[in-house]
Design a protein around this ligand. Structure first.
Ligand code: KG4
Ligand code: ZN
Length: 338
């Protein structure tokens, strides 16, 4: 079965063709980074306009790259939540149009579940596993029992992990998007030069929740308070120390969840999963086996959407043509499908 995947939840206009849930025939991503870079952040109105301008070319490019004709597809999968509503609507309206024109079924996909599925494009992972999504909009830790059954164990109570990278990068003028920019600057820095604070979370009854606003504030407004006597000073050392702290927060939660649940398979997805310090750290961890997609499937892409969409369509869980978009993820166990 060949599934057409469409992803337009934020600033990537992406279309892919994937066969049987894992064989990627094409994966085209048109990034809007240059459009939003002058603002050091994604401007929702600009994002949706660019999706409208670009999506036809991106779809055509994806079919061309795969050498597939539109008549050969068996279904369409599209991100319908969570994300920027105007951007999501472009992808969903297009998906419905293709469904009407071809007579093929369409299914709306949760972007976070698609991130958790991305690694399956490379290799099947046995359920259950612990899933982590760390992106610009989310920090989520969950138990995953199937492609659709995701039980949220913890999430951010304020800023998302990637958002903290983006805001630190914006403040110090490292570049946009912030994650790769911080990583590049951090390469020349000492990760032990500043001892930035990890959140104590003592007031939060859920030990698996995350918080990044305290760390972000410390890094942006009071770095000198956390400088370690005798260490080198400077923005590259701040970047390296921030990166270490931000990622260690994830690693600490993961260790606790693995110990508590006894599930020792861990899948990590979302843009921050492409961070090299994170990837090296989890590969050295003995208490669990980690599975991370290659970098092009960590950041937003449509191959993960087409991949998970295959499983919905095989299970007969298609959406109606009144499929709606939503800014938030359902994010809890056994969600009713649209
Ligand atoms: O999953 P994604 O492409 O889009 C969302 O769903 O949000 O994630 C984008 C986020 C941004 O915050 C970006 O700064 C961050 O992922 N990111 C990184 C790295 N590459 C992307 N963060 C840390 N290190 C990276 N190498
Ligand atoms: Zn994403």
């Amino acid at each position: 079965m060949i599934i057409l995947g469409i992803e337009s939840s934020c600033d990537e206009c992406a279309v892919a063709l994937v066969e049987d849930g894992s064989k990627v025939l094409s994966n085209v991503v048109a990034s809007q980074v240059e459009i939003h870079a002058p603002y050091s952040g994604v401007v929702p109105e600009l994002a949706s306009r660019k999706h409208i301008e670009w999506i036809l070319d991106v779809i055509a490019g994806s079919f061309r790259e795969a050498g597939v004709d539109v008549g050969e597809i068996d279904g369409i999968a599209v991100t319908s939540r969570p994300g920027l509503v105007g951007s999501l609507m472009v992808g969903v309206c297009f998906a419905k149009g293709v469904a009407v024109a071809t007579g093929k079924p369409v299914v709306g996909v949760d972007h976070l579940k698609a991130h958790l599925y991305a690694v399956m494009l490379l290799e099947p992972i046995n359920y259950p596993y612990i899933g982590v999504v760390i992106s610009g909009g989310h920090s989520l830790i969950c138990r995953v029992d199937s492609f659709d059954e995701v039980e949220q164990l913890g999430s951010t109570i304020d800023d998302a992990c990637g958002e903290a990278f983006d805001k630190v990068a914006r403040h110090y003028g490292f570049g946009f998007p912030g994650g790769p920019a911080v990583e590049a600057v951090a390469r020349g820095g000492d990760p032990d030069a500043y001892n930035f604070p990890k959140p104590s979370m003592h007031k939060d009854p859920n030990p698996y929740n995350f918080s990044y606003s305290g760390l972000k504030t410390a890094v942006i407004h009071h770095p000198d308070r956390f400088w370690k006597q005798g260490s080198p000073k400077g923005t590259n050392h701040i970047a390296a120390s921030f990166q270490r702290c931000a990622i260690d927060i994830i690693l600490d939660k993961l260790s606790r969840v693995v110990e508590k649940t006894g599930i020792d398979r861990v899948v990590i997805g979302g843009g921050v999963a492409s961070n090299s310090y994170l990837r090296e750290s989890v590969s050295r961890t003995a208490s669990y086996t980690s599975y991370l997609p290659p970098k092009e499937y960590c950041t937003d892409n449509a191959a993960m959407v087409a991949g998970i969409g295959y499983h919905y369509l095989v299970a007969g869980m298609e959406s109606s043509l009144s499929l709606k978009v939503a800014p938030h993820s359902i994010g809890s166990r056994s969600v009713a499908h649209p």
